[in-house]
Design a protein around this ligand. Sequence first.
Ligand code: FE
Ligand code: FE
Ligand code: ZN
Length: 178
Amino acid sequence: MPMQTIEELFEHELQDIYSAEQSLLEALEQMAQESSDREIKRGFMQHRKETQGQIKRLEKIYKSLGQKPESGSCPGVEGLIKEKKLFMREKPSNELLEFYNIGAAQKVERYEITAYESLVDMAEKLGMTDIVDLLEQNLQEEEMALNKLKAIASEFDVAEDVDEEVDAEEEPAASSRR
Ligand code: FE
Ligand code: FE
Ligand code: ZN
């Protein structure tokens, strides 16, 4: 049956962001592992925890619609994850990888923000007030995450000295950053 209603489109997009959030749990953990700066590491893990809460809210939405999410994939976010895998071929220094991740994470947040904005808009059109509320909570967390990443990126000091980067791995976090 061809899709014809906003309800159906809403459900389609809900499934997309649900799949995206699932993939991001793993990606955020990976990026935390790749961060030597303790503050950045903590930031990624904190957003991972928020993501778990976002998934719970999405499941609440499914429940109120009398439906269940499927295990699918979001090609948009999968594409961003794939770009990161391609980037690894460049054999970046630890520091550059860390800086790259902060940019890549911003791309993801923008994807999520746009997805939630559209979902909020559709839920409003459909008069689903409680669902609007839950989606807006997710949207706000994504916006806060994006702002935090922007601040981290502008504070990030990329060392010009290549020799220094070699032992960056063993360095206790933060020392070389500011
Ligand atoms: Fe999210
Ligand atoms: Fe998607
Ligand atoms: Zn996010």
